[in-house]
Design a protein around this ligand. Structure first.
Ligand code: ADP
Ligand code: MG
Length: 605
């Protein structure tokens, strides 16, 4: 028969720790929230080795009275609620009373704390949940908590962590959010001995945005303010031109708590939809004040997902208000690239390339963006590798031909393709051999650019093009880390980037294939995506990924091209090894047979 054991407290705490302390960033979040609950006006966070080696959080808050210090480290010990009734009206950030007990169960923890009324402070050291030292110390009012060697006694969890740089990146992102959400608190954030972020605490969200995102972002922000019977909200939303590649910068705070809310996200995205490309997300910092009794905050252990009683009403008010705010503003993004008058001196192969690109160039403005072509050294020897001629049909694998069970792809049949026209500004309709083919222009364009770029990267003969003036991007610390990590990859792909002082970088040239990428937003979206996806098998995989994202960015929505341009594009698409999918896996071509259509109309059964 199985023996049933009652687990000891230490084991229980280690299990609970799995829920509260997933990685170093969760420790930082809990400790900073505790400091804020203790009414600190100044909080300093220091980490070493991605927070695994050391996390130190110092605040000037209330401190813990000596008689309660041990209690604070017990499970379900909290000064913030007494019973379940208090949950309804709770306004503080943490209240489950699990953070300190969990953290101290899986690390070597030390607390130094002193309240205003006590003459001396206390130092309390707990290793893996066991008390080691409890003694008097002379310290100023407030609390310092040191968390060393996180997960030292739970190796399975430790193995699960990512690299120190990645873990530090998560913490940096969190600190950026804290600075934006609590402009009234002065934060200092130090990584491996160097100060990374510092905020003044002057209670101005704008100066917090300036500190983190720089001047450019600040200039594109629109102030918003709602007073309604269900909630009030104030904050800043960015014009769509600085949209991001993920939801990391949709920052919402409800009653001063950082929250995630599908409802708020979708209201915002709905309002931004007419202005944003697919997979682009708004950048905003919004502070909501809602009567706590109209909220359910205890729905998730890490307390970030929140539920609203008046969900539908709040959604409608938000969509209407934000749509109107965006509508009132001039949303046409600024053209950052100026016409370069001098026709560059380039060799013939390159002339052909430019001519070929010009043929595919969609709009007049873009035609006006004349390029000065920069030749990398290897280009001269390898110019024959720039393949812009269409390969013959025999190069296409037979199995792919089977996919279309006729020779739609063959060079001979291309001249018999009858382009019927364009549908919804996006799809080209082609009739050939009793079939209707529908080609997604954007997917096709993306694919063609991608294949050209990849070929150039593989042959180390990427052709870059200068931007006049260079594109200046202001990066956050976490974006800067991503850029540095992949610096060589960007170089190999044809980006020439230089540090431009402070948090600004100048993108001097881009791969010629991607001359549409002339807006900072596109570049930032690549960094955003790299920051969320960082497990690559090889440097080539990184290059492919960046190239794929860059091509996606270079293809703008509803770009209108002439029938002749479409012909050239389709021809090049069909010459590729795999013309069927864009680099992101979306199909580029679908087909209907005549008999399918006749069946739809019940002409045949
Ligand atoms: P919770 O925050 O959910 O109450 P914690 O385990 O995070 O639980 O903290 C336990 C208690 O310790 C808190 O309720 C608070 O009274 C006290 N405490 C923790 N950190 C601080 C701090 N930095 N300053 C003052 N008191 C603190
Ligand atoms: Mg807490």
């Amino acid at each position: 028969m199985a023996v049933i054991n009652i687990l000891d407290d230490n084991t229980i705490n280690q299990i609970a720790a799995g829920e509260v302390v997933e990685r170093p960033v969760s420790v930082v979040k809990e400790l900073v929230e505790n400091a804020m609950d203790a009414k600190a006006s100044s909080i300093s966070v220091e980490i070493k080795d991605g927070g695994v080696g050391l996390i130190r959080v110092t605040d000037n808050g209330s401190g813990i009275e000596s008689e309660y210090i041990r209690t604070a480290f017990l499970r379900h010990a909290t000064s913030k609620i007494k019973n379940a009734l208090d949950l309804v009206t709770i306004n503080s950030l943490g209240f489950r009373g699990e953070a300190l007990s969990s953290i101290s169960a899986v690390s070597q923890t030390e607390i130094l704390t002193k309240t205003h009324n006590e003459l001396t402070g206390k130092r309390y050291v707990i290793n893996g949940g066991k008390e080691a030292i409890f003694e008097d110390v002379g310290i100023p009012d407030g609390t310092t908590i040191l968390v060393k060697n996180l997960f030292y006694n739970t190796p399975a969890r430790r193995k699960f962590l990512k690299s120190y740089t990645t873990e530090a990146g998560y913490i940096t992102e969190l600190m950026e959010k804290f600075i934006l959400s609590f402009p009234n608190i002065s934060f200092k954030y130090t990584v491996n001995g160097k100060i990374k972020l510092q905020s003044s605490g002057n209670n101005d969200v704008k100066s917090a945005i300036f500190e983190i995102f720089g001047r450019n972002a600040l200039n594109t922000m629109i102030s918003v303010n709602i007073q309604s019977e269900y909630f009030s909200m104030s904050g800043l939303i960015a014009k769509p031109e600085v949209a991001r590649g993920n939801r990391n910068y949709e920052l919402y705070f409800i009653n001063n708590r950082i929250v995630k809310s599908k409802m708020i996200s979708s209201a915002l995205e709905e309002a931004y939809k007419p202005y944003l490309m697919l997979h682009k997300y708004p950048f905003c910092v919004l502070h909501f004040t809602i009567d706590p009794s109209r909220l359910d905050v205890n729905v998730h252990p890490s307390k970030t997902e929140i539920k609203f009683l008046d969900e539908d009403k709040i959604y409608d008010i938000l969509v209407d208000y934000i749509s109107e705010s965006l509508h009132e503003k001039e949303m046409i993004p600024k053209v950052l690239v100026e016409v370069c008058e001098d026709k560059p001196d380039v060799n013939t192969n390159c002339d052909r390339l430019i001519k070929y690109i010009d043929e595919l160039t969609p709009s007049k403005e873009e035609q006006a963006v004349k390029q000065s072509i920069v030749m990398p050294e290897p280009f001269e020897e390898k110019k024959e590798n720039i393949q812009i001629d269409i390969p013959v049909a025999s190069e296409i694998e037979s199995e792919q031909i089977n996919l279309f069970d006729n020779d739609f792809l063959s060079k001979e049949s291309i001249k018999d393709h009858k382009i019927l026209g364009q549908l919804f500004n996006t799809y080209w309709l082609v009739e050939f051999d009793e079939k209707l083919y529908i080609i997604d222009q954007h997917a096709a364009h993306e694919k063609v650019l991608y294949e050209r770029l990849i070929k150039q990267i593989r042959n180390a003969c990427v052709v870059s093009q200068n931007l006049y003036p260079a594109l200046i991007v202001s990066l956050t610390k976490s974006e800067e880390e991503v850029l540095k990590k992949y610096w060589d990859n960007f170089k190999q792909i044809g980006f020439e980037i230089e540090h431009f002082g402070q948090n600004d970088y100048s993108v001097r040239s881009v791969p010629t294939e991607l001359f549409n990428m002339s807006e900072a937003g596109y570049f930032l979206s690549i960094l955003d995506e790299l920051s969320t996806n960082d497990s690559f098998k090889s440097p080539e995989a990184v290059n492919d990924r960046i190239a794929g994202m860059a091509c996606k960015a270079a293809i703008k929505g509803n770009m209108s091209i002439s029938e002749r341009e479409a012909q050239v594009l389709i021809k090049e698409l069909l010459s590729l090894d795999n013309p069927y999918n864009c680099p992101h896996g979306r199909p580029t071509i679908v087909s209907f047979s005549k008999s399918d259509i006749e069946k739809m109309f019940k002409r045949i059964v």
